[in-house]
Design a protein around this ligand. Structure first.
Ligand code: AMP
Ligand code: ZN
Length: 133
């Protein structure tokens, strides 16, 4: 992907604050962090979103998220951490190269993530259960 900024960052063509690198991934500090230590896991191979990720790489990405999350919590001494991964513009994805956000959290840190809970209707439940079985 010639014009993908995260391809260029992941592959080292554009410099970044890199916390970790291996043959498949680069983990960088987000330039617009929600909190101190907000990091992004970028695969070096382009995939637009989770659905386009090869199975093996998707598995490795989650294992790396676990490893980086533990290291961030330990290093920063924070209380918690959100793992966020957006797919598609309607879901808030602005850079269309798969990435996982790691967002360190502290009680009352003022970071806003989330949604207003609705109510699962019987109609939706039945329709969805039918589609998945
Ligand atoms: P998303 O909305 O899930 O697509 O997230 C994109 C994230 O990438 C945002 O949190 C941005 O702050 C971050 N971002 C965009 N460009 C860069 C860049 N050049 N270096 C580091 N982070 C970036
Ligand atoms: Zn890319």
């Amino acid at each position: 992907m010639d014009n993908c900024i995260f391809c260029k960052i992941a592959n080292g063509e554009i410099p970044s604050a890199t916390l970790y690198e291996d043959e498949d991934f680069r983990v960088i500090l987000d330039l617009g962090p929600a909190s101190k230590g907000h990091s992004l896991i970028l695969p070096k191979a382009h995939a637009a979103n989770l659905m386009e990720m090869p199975d093996e790489l998707a598995g490795k990405a989650m294992i790396l998220a676990k490893k980086m999350a533990a290291k961030l919590v330990d290093t920063l001494g924070c209380d918690g951490l959100n793992v966020v991964q957006n797919n598609g513009e309607s879901a808030g994805q602005t850079v269309h190269h798969f990435h996982i956000h790691l967002i360190p959290r502290r009680t009352d840190d003022g970071v806003v993530l989330g949604w207003k809970p609705g109510q699962l209707t019987e109609e939706d439940r039945d329709e969805l259960l039918k589609s998945f079985h």
